[in-house]
Design a protein around this ligand. Structure first.
Ligand SMILES: Nc1nc2c(ncn2[C@@H]2O[C@H](COP(=O)(O)OP(=O)(O)O)[C@@H](O)[C@H]2O)c(=O)[nH]1
Ligand SMILES: [Mg+2]
Length: 240
């Protein structure tokens, strides 16, 4: 059986973590080869204390801590470096805006793909329980990447994904923050890896607040879009 690591990046998620642990407890009983790696990225709330209490009680749970907040991309680097013996690595969010149980479908779909990503903006889905502005931005950004890449991709920035280990070993990404999620997918597509989208609706956060800054996200995407066009014109990304 292939080893699977679920990576959970956490920044100030003291209230999201307890319900997530409960759902993972129920889910992982049926998946004995799976582990969950929490990356506490210099949280300033009680995230570390919640992990202190919950992780040691579970055989499937591991954690890594950054001494200070380094960003989502840095947390992804730490997690990917700390899961080298897993054939499959998934990233899921802390706030359960994607139902964590649905990661099982992503892993199943990896049979015929190198990356499987949740796709709330897939045409098969009509609604999303997301504030109007966030939804327009996220949908709009995905359209721009679709045009820049010249490839059918409906959702470019979802964190809820499954990767084959080879992709993470070969596709380097430089972004430290949220754009890392998009950068790794763009580069993998340009390098010829197979990407499958699974329509999964995005829900609203029930605990805590979003850590994404909209102005920063817009700047990050404009920068990455410009780079994407250059990479595309140059004829793709060489697999390292
Ligand atoms: N490690 C780490 N995780 C982060 C950081 N910012 C956000 N996250 C996590 O990334 C996931 C998505 O972030 P969230 O704030 O829900 O963003 P949104 O879903 O785009 O509104 C959550 O699990 C967050 O805890 C960060 O700076 N470092
Ligand atoms: Mg979220």
């Amino acid at each position: 059986m292939e080893k699977v690591t679920l990576v959970v990046p956490c920044f100030n998620e003291q209230d999201s973590l307890p319900p997530l642990f409960e759902r993972l407890d129920r889910m992982l009983g049926a998946h004995p080869g799976w582990e969950v790696l929490f990356v506490n990225d210099g949280s300033r709330d009680a995230t570390a204390a919640v992990l202190d209490a919950e992780v040691p009680r579970r055989a499937w749970a591991r954690r890594v801590d950054h001494p200070r907040n380094l960003g989502l991309g840095a947390a992804m680097h730490t997690a990917f470096d700390n899961s080298r013996d897993s054939a499959i690595v998934c990233t899921i969010d802390c706030d359960c805006t994607y139902p964590p149980e649905r990661v099982i479908e992503l892993v199943r779909e990896l049979g015929a793909a190198d990356i499987v990503t949740a796709s709330p903006w897939h045409p098969l889905l009509e609604t999303a329980d997301v504030p109007w502005l966030r939804q327009m931005l996220s949908r709009g950004v995905s359209v721009l990447y679709r045009l820049a890449l010249g490839r059918r991709i409906y959702t470019i920035s979802s964190i809820f994904r499954a990767y084959r280990r080879e992709v993470l070993d070969r596709v380097r990404f430089d972004s430290n923050g949220f754009p890392a999620v998009t950068e790794v997918l763009v580069k993998a597509m340009l390098a010829g890896y197979r990407v499958t989208e699974v329509p999964i609706p995005l829900g609203t956060r029930q605990h805590g607040v979003s850590k994404m800054s909209v102005p920063q996200a817009i700047r990050g995407h404009l920068d990455l879009l410009a780079k994407t066009i250059v990479w595309k014109v140059r004829g793709g990304i060489i697999r390292e």
